[in-house]
Design a protein around this ligand. Structure first.
Ligand code: AMP
Length: 319
Protein backbone atom coordinates (compact mmCIF):
# COMPACT_ATOMS: atom_id res chain seq x y z
CA UNK A 1 0.00 0.00 0.00
CA UNK A 2 1.41 3.42 -0.95
CA UNK A 3 1.33 6.47 1.26
CA UNK A 4 -1.24 8.00 -1.05
CA UNK A 5 -3.56 5.06 -0.53
CA UNK A 6 -3.17 5.41 3.20
CA UNK A 7 -4.19 9.04 3.16
CA UNK A 8 -7.19 8.31 1.03
CA UNK A 9 -8.25 5.54 3.33
CA UNK A 10 -8.83 8.07 6.08
CA UNK A 11 -12.39 9.28 5.70
CA UNK A 12 -12.73 13.01 5.21
CA UNK A 13 -13.94 14.65 8.38
CA UNK A 14 -17.65 15.22 7.87
CA UNK A 15 -18.66 18.83 7.43
CA UNK A 16 -20.85 20.06 10.19
CA UNK A 17 -22.52 23.00 11.86
CA UNK A 18 -21.89 23.17 15.58
CA UNK A 19 -24.64 24.81 17.63
CA UNK A 20 -24.22 25.86 21.24
CA UNK A 21 -26.95 27.33 23.42
CA UNK A 22 -29.61 26.80 26.02
CA UNK A 23 -32.25 24.10 25.81
CA UNK A 24 -34.92 25.27 28.13
CA UNK A 25 -38.40 25.63 29.45
CA UNK A 26 -40.03 29.00 28.89
CA UNK A 27 -43.03 30.67 30.50
CA UNK A 28 -44.36 33.31 28.16
CA UNK A 29 -46.94 36.05 28.46
CA UNK A 30 -48.12 37.84 25.34
CA UNK A 31 -51.13 40.10 24.79
CA UNK A 32 -52.82 37.07 23.22
CA UNK A 33 -52.33 34.52 25.97
CA UNK A 34 -49.80 32.85 28.15
CA UNK A 35 -48.13 29.51 28.58
CA UNK A 36 -46.50 28.21 31.78
CA UNK A 37 -44.05 25.70 30.43
CA UNK A 38 -43.11 25.27 26.81
CA UNK A 39 -39.93 23.90 25.31
CA UNK A 40 -37.58 26.64 24.17
CA UNK A 41 -33.97 27.68 24.48
CA UNK A 42 -31.61 29.23 21.99
CA UNK A 43 -30.02 25.96 20.83
CA UNK A 44 -33.42 24.32 20.34
CA UNK A 45 -34.64 27.05 18.01
CA UNK A 46 -31.29 27.43 16.22
CA UNK A 47 -30.90 23.71 15.55
CA UNK A 48 -34.46 23.25 14.40
CA UNK A 49 -34.21 26.17 11.99
CA UNK A 50 -30.74 25.26 10.70
CA UNK A 51 -31.72 21.62 10.15
CA UNK A 52 -34.25 22.78 7.60
CA UNK A 53 -31.28 23.59 5.32
CA UNK A 54 -28.32 21.60 6.55
CA UNK A 55 -27.28 18.44 8.33
CA UNK A 56 -25.54 17.20 10.37
CA UNK A 57 -25.85 19.66 13.19
CA UNK A 58 -23.87 19.02 16.32
CA UNK A 59 -25.77 20.41 19.26
CA UNK A 60 -24.00 21.31 22.52
CA UNK A 61 -26.13 22.03 25.56
CA UNK A 62 -27.14 20.84 29.01
CA UNK A 63 -30.58 19.87 30.31
CA UNK A 64 -32.06 18.37 33.45
CA UNK A 65 -33.97 15.09 33.56
CA UNK A 66 -37.16 17.12 33.14
CA UNK A 67 -36.39 17.95 29.49
CA UNK A 68 -38.62 15.91 27.15
CA UNK A 69 -36.85 12.96 25.55
CA UNK A 70 -39.35 13.39 22.73
CA UNK A 71 -37.86 16.80 21.82
CA UNK A 72 -34.37 15.31 21.67
CA UNK A 73 -35.71 12.47 19.51
CA UNK A 74 -37.46 14.98 17.24
CA UNK A 75 -34.18 16.85 16.81
CA UNK A 76 -32.37 13.58 16.05
CA UNK A 77 -34.91 12.77 13.34
CA UNK A 78 -34.01 16.11 11.73
CA UNK A 79 -30.28 15.40 11.59
CA UNK A 80 -29.43 17.12 14.86
CA UNK A 81 -26.87 15.09 16.78
CA UNK A 82 -27.44 15.46 20.52
CA UNK A 83 -24.40 13.47 21.69
CA UNK A 84 -23.10 16.80 23.03
CA UNK A 85 -26.23 17.48 25.08
CA UNK A 86 -25.53 16.57 28.68
CA UNK A 87 -28.57 15.24 30.54
CA UNK A 88 -28.19 15.74 34.31
CA UNK A 89 -30.19 13.37 36.48
CA UNK A 90 -31.98 14.96 39.43
CA UNK A 91 -31.47 18.50 38.12
CA UNK A 92 -33.69 21.05 36.40
CA UNK A 93 -33.35 22.56 32.94
CA UNK A 94 -32.73 26.26 32.34
CA UNK A 95 -35.93 28.23 32.84
CA UNK A 96 -36.88 31.64 31.46
CA UNK A 97 -40.03 33.68 32.02
CA UNK A 98 -40.75 36.71 29.85
CA UNK A 99 -43.56 39.14 29.16
CA UNK A 100 -44.08 40.83 25.79
CA UNK A 101 -45.36 44.37 25.63
CA UNK A 102 -48.27 45.45 23.47
CA UNK A 103 -46.06 46.14 20.43
CA UNK A 104 -44.57 42.60 20.66
CA UNK A 105 -41.21 44.07 19.72
CA UNK A 106 -40.08 44.60 23.30
CA UNK A 107 -40.17 42.27 26.26
CA UNK A 108 -39.28 42.14 29.91
CA UNK A 109 -37.45 39.19 31.43
CA UNK A 110 -39.28 38.29 34.64
CA UNK A 111 -37.24 35.28 35.71
CA UNK A 112 -34.05 33.53 34.65
CA UNK A 113 -33.20 30.31 36.52
CA UNK A 114 -29.87 29.04 35.30
CA UNK A 115 -30.34 25.65 37.04
CA UNK A 116 -28.12 23.12 35.16
CA UNK A 117 -26.48 25.96 33.27
CA UNK A 118 -24.85 27.37 36.43
CA UNK A 119 -22.26 24.58 36.45
CA UNK A 120 -22.17 23.64 32.76
CA UNK A 121 -18.67 22.73 31.66
CA UNK A 122 -19.06 21.31 28.14
CA UNK A 123 -16.72 18.63 26.85
CA UNK A 124 -17.12 18.31 23.10
CA UNK A 125 -17.39 14.74 21.79
CA UNK A 126 -14.43 13.94 19.48
CA UNK A 127 -16.56 14.10 16.32
CA UNK A 128 -17.73 17.64 17.23
CA UNK A 129 -14.28 19.20 17.17
CA UNK A 130 -13.76 20.04 13.50
CA UNK A 131 -16.88 21.91 12.42
CA UNK A 132 -16.94 24.07 9.30
CA UNK A 133 -19.54 26.40 10.78
CA UNK A 134 -20.26 27.40 14.37
CA UNK A 135 -23.27 29.16 15.84
CA UNK A 136 -22.69 30.21 19.43
CA UNK A 137 -26.22 30.80 20.68
CA UNK A 138 -27.04 33.04 23.57
CA UNK A 139 -25.27 31.58 26.62
CA UNK A 140 -22.70 32.27 29.34
CA UNK A 141 -19.90 33.99 27.34
CA UNK A 142 -17.18 32.02 29.19
CA UNK A 143 -18.79 28.82 27.91
CA UNK A 144 -19.02 30.18 24.36
CA UNK A 145 -15.25 30.76 24.48
CA UNK A 146 -14.55 27.44 26.12
CA UNK A 147 -16.27 25.65 23.24
CA UNK A 148 -14.23 27.56 20.65
CA UNK A 149 -11.06 26.66 22.53
CA UNK A 150 -11.89 22.95 22.19
CA UNK A 151 -11.99 23.09 18.37
CA UNK A 152 -9.12 21.43 16.54
CA UNK A 153 -9.12 23.71 13.51
CA UNK A 154 -10.41 27.14 12.57
CA UNK A 155 -13.98 26.99 11.22
CA UNK A 156 -14.98 28.83 8.04
CA UNK A 157 -17.42 30.98 9.98
CA UNK A 158 -18.04 31.49 13.70
CA UNK A 159 -21.24 33.37 14.50
CA UNK A 160 -22.40 34.42 17.94
CA UNK A 161 -25.53 35.74 19.56
CA UNK A 162 -25.83 37.32 22.98
CA UNK A 163 -28.33 39.38 24.94
CA UNK A 164 -28.65 42.17 27.49
CA UNK A 165 -28.60 39.65 30.37
CA UNK A 166 -24.96 38.76 29.56
CA UNK A 167 -23.98 42.30 28.57
CA UNK A 168 -25.13 43.46 32.02
CA UNK A 169 -23.70 40.60 34.06
CA UNK A 170 -20.56 39.50 32.18
CA UNK A 171 -19.56 42.29 29.82
CA UNK A 172 -15.79 41.69 29.96
CA UNK A 173 -16.28 38.05 29.11
CA UNK A 174 -18.58 38.94 26.20
CA UNK A 175 -15.83 41.25 24.88
CA UNK A 176 -13.25 38.44 25.08
CA UNK A 177 -15.51 36.04 23.19
CA UNK A 178 -16.25 38.70 20.57
CA UNK A 179 -12.56 38.80 19.66
CA UNK A 180 -12.87 35.19 18.49
CA UNK A 181 -15.97 35.47 16.30
CA UNK A 182 -16.58 36.47 12.67
CA UNK A 183 -20.24 37.42 12.85
CA UNK A 184 -22.36 38.78 15.69
CA UNK A 185 -26.14 38.93 15.80
CA UNK A 186 -27.76 41.26 18.33
CA UNK A 187 -30.90 43.38 18.42
CA UNK A 188 -30.80 47.17 18.16
CA UNK A 189 -31.08 47.68 21.93
CA UNK A 190 -28.19 45.27 22.55
CA UNK A 191 -26.06 46.92 19.85
CA UNK A 192 -26.53 50.26 21.63
CA UNK A 193 -25.81 48.73 25.03
CA UNK A 194 -22.66 47.03 23.77
CA UNK A 195 -21.25 50.04 21.90
CA UNK A 196 -22.54 52.96 23.95
CA UNK A 197 -23.61 54.57 20.65
CA UNK A 198 -27.18 55.50 19.72
CA UNK A 199 -26.61 55.66 15.95
CA UNK A 200 -26.65 52.08 14.69
CA UNK A 201 -24.09 53.00 12.07
CA UNK A 202 -21.68 54.24 14.75
CA UNK A 203 -22.58 51.26 16.93
CA UNK A 204 -21.73 48.91 14.06
CA UNK A 205 -18.36 50.57 13.53
CA UNK A 206 -17.53 50.26 17.22
CA UNK A 207 -18.68 46.63 17.48
CA UNK A 208 -16.83 45.56 14.35
CA UNK A 209 -13.67 46.93 15.95
CA UNK A 210 -14.26 44.57 18.87
CA UNK A 211 -13.68 41.53 16.61
CA UNK A 212 -16.49 40.38 14.31
CA UNK A 213 -16.10 41.55 10.73
CA UNK A 214 -19.81 41.04 10.14
CA UNK A 215 -22.57 42.39 12.34
CA UNK A 216 -26.28 41.69 11.97
CA UNK A 217 -28.56 44.02 13.92
CA UNK A 218 -32.05 42.59 14.33
CA UNK A 219 -34.94 45.02 14.56
CA UNK A 220 -37.86 42.67 15.12
CA UNK A 221 -40.76 43.41 12.81
CA UNK A 222 -38.66 46.15 11.16
CA UNK A 223 -36.18 43.70 9.68
CA UNK A 224 -32.43 43.73 10.09
CA UNK A 225 -29.20 45.41 9.04
CA UNK A 226 -26.01 43.68 7.92
CA UNK A 227 -22.71 45.52 8.28
CA UNK A 228 -19.53 44.10 6.76
CA UNK A 229 -16.34 45.06 4.98
CA UNK A 230 -18.32 45.16 1.71
CA UNK A 231 -20.86 47.67 3.01
CA UNK A 232 -24.34 47.68 4.49
CA UNK A 233 -27.40 45.66 3.55
CA UNK A 234 -30.92 46.43 4.74
CA UNK A 235 -33.30 43.47 4.98
CA UNK A 236 -37.02 43.72 5.61
CA UNK A 237 -39.09 41.42 7.76
CA UNK A 238 -42.27 40.06 6.30
CA UNK A 239 -45.22 42.17 7.49
CA UNK A 240 -47.31 39.52 9.21
CA UNK A 241 -51.01 39.55 9.92
CA UNK A 242 -50.73 37.34 12.97
CA UNK A 243 -47.82 37.42 15.39
CA UNK A 244 -48.59 35.28 18.38
CA UNK A 245 -45.34 34.72 20.29
CA UNK A 246 -42.02 36.29 19.24
CA UNK A 247 -39.95 34.00 21.52
CA UNK A 248 -37.22 32.31 19.57
CA UNK A 249 -37.54 34.55 16.53
CA UNK A 250 -33.96 35.79 16.92
CA UNK A 251 -32.59 32.27 17.33
CA UNK A 252 -34.65 30.93 14.46
CA UNK A 253 -33.35 33.80 12.34
CA UNK A 254 -29.74 32.98 13.26
CA UNK A 255 -30.25 29.23 12.79
CA UNK A 256 -31.90 29.67 9.40
CA UNK A 257 -29.16 32.06 8.30
CA UNK A 258 -26.33 29.74 9.37
CA UNK A 259 -28.04 26.64 7.99
CA UNK A 260 -28.44 28.34 4.64
CA UNK A 261 -24.81 29.59 4.58
CA UNK A 262 -23.55 26.12 5.50
CA UNK A 263 -25.63 24.55 2.75
CA UNK A 264 -24.29 27.04 0.21
CA UNK A 265 -20.79 26.35 1.54
CA UNK A 266 -19.64 29.88 0.96
CA UNK A 267 -18.88 32.73 3.32
CA UNK A 268 -19.42 36.01 1.49
CA UNK A 269 -21.51 39.16 1.77
CA UNK A 270 -23.89 37.71 -0.84
CA UNK A 271 -24.29 34.41 1.00
CA UNK A 272 -24.94 36.19 4.31
CA UNK A 273 -27.54 38.43 2.62
CA UNK A 274 -29.38 35.41 1.23
CA UNK A 275 -28.99 33.68 4.61
CA UNK A 276 -30.69 36.66 6.25
CA UNK A 277 -33.59 36.38 3.82
CA UNK A 278 -34.08 32.71 4.68
CA UNK A 279 -33.50 33.32 8.39
CA UNK A 280 -36.22 35.99 8.37
CA UNK A 281 -38.50 33.64 6.48
CA UNK A 282 -38.18 30.88 9.08
CA UNK A 283 -38.56 33.40 11.93
CA UNK A 284 -41.83 34.57 10.38
CA UNK A 285 -43.21 31.06 10.90
CA UNK A 286 -41.77 30.69 14.40
CA UNK A 287 -43.77 33.64 15.76
CA UNK A 288 -47.11 32.24 14.64
CA UNK A 289 -47.42 29.86 17.61
CA UNK A 290 -46.00 29.37 21.10
CA UNK A 291 -42.58 27.76 21.38
CA UNK A 292 -41.23 25.46 18.70
CA UNK A 293 -44.54 24.01 17.52
CA UNK A 294 -44.75 25.89 14.23
CA UNK A 295 -41.13 25.07 13.32
CA UNK A 296 -41.91 21.38 13.67
CA UNK A 297 -44.42 21.60 10.82
CA UNK A 298 -42.50 23.53 8.16
CA UNK A 299 -43.29 22.54 4.58
CA UNK A 300 -40.87 23.27 1.77
CA UNK A 301 -43.54 24.89 -0.44
CA UNK A 302 -44.64 27.37 2.23
CA UNK A 303 -41.06 28.31 3.08
CA UNK A 304 -40.19 28.92 -0.56
CA UNK A 305 -43.39 30.92 -1.13
CA UNK A 306 -42.63 33.21 1.82
CA UNK A 307 -38.98 33.60 0.84
CA UNK A 308 -40.10 34.64 -2.65
CA UNK A 309 -42.60 37.10 -1.19
CA UNK A 310 -39.94 38.61 1.06
CA UNK A 311 -37.59 38.87 -1.89
CA UNK A 312 -40.22 40.62 -4.00
CA UNK A 313 -40.84 43.17 -1.24
CA UNK A 314 -37.45 44.77 -1.77
CA UNK A 315 -37.24 44.56 -5.52
CA UNK A 316 -37.53 47.88 -7.29
CA UNK A 317 -36.73 49.12 -10.81
CA UNK A 318 -35.43 52.68 -10.97
CA UNK A 319 -35.65 54.36 -14.37
P1 AMP B 1 -35.00 34.92 21.33
O1 AMP B 1 -34.66 34.36 19.99
O2 AMP B 1 -34.13 36.06 21.71
O3 AMP B 1 -36.47 35.21 21.48
O4 AMP B 1 -34.63 33.75 22.37
C1 AMP B 1 -35.56 33.17 23.22
C2 AMP B 1 -34.94 32.00 23.94
O5 AMP B 1 -33.80 32.41 24.67
C3 AMP B 1 -35.91 31.43 24.96
O6 AMP B 1 -36.39 30.18 24.50
C4 AMP B 1 -35.11 31.32 26.28
O7 AMP B 1 -35.16 30.04 26.83
C5 AMP B 1 -33.71 31.69 25.89
N1 AMP B 1 -33.08 32.60 26.86
C6 AMP B 1 -33.66 33.56 27.60
N2 AMP B 1 -32.77 34.18 28.40
C7 AMP B 1 -31.57 33.60 28.15
C8 AMP B 1 -30.25 33.80 28.66
N3 AMP B 1 -29.97 34.72 29.59
N4 AMP B 1 -29.26 33.03 28.16
C9 AMP B 1 -29.52 32.09 27.22
N5 AMP B 1 -30.74 31.85 26.70
C10 AMP B 1 -31.77 32.58 27.16
Amino acid sequence: MTNEDDVRAVPLPPMSLLVLGTMAFDAIETPFGSVDKTVGGAATFISLAASYFYQPIHNVSVVGDDFPAETLAELNRRGVDTAGVEVRQGEKSFFWRGRYHADLNTRTTLQTDLNVLATFDPKLPAHYRRPEYVMLGNLVPDIQRDVLNQLERKPKLVAMDTMNYWLDSARDSVLKTLEMVDLLTVNDEEARLLSGEYSLRKAARAIRQMGPQYLVIKKGEHGSLLFGPEGIYVAPALPLEDVFDPTGAGDTFAGGMMGYIARRGEVSFGAIKAGILYGSTLASFCVEEFGISRLLRLEKAEVEARAAELHSLVHVVLD
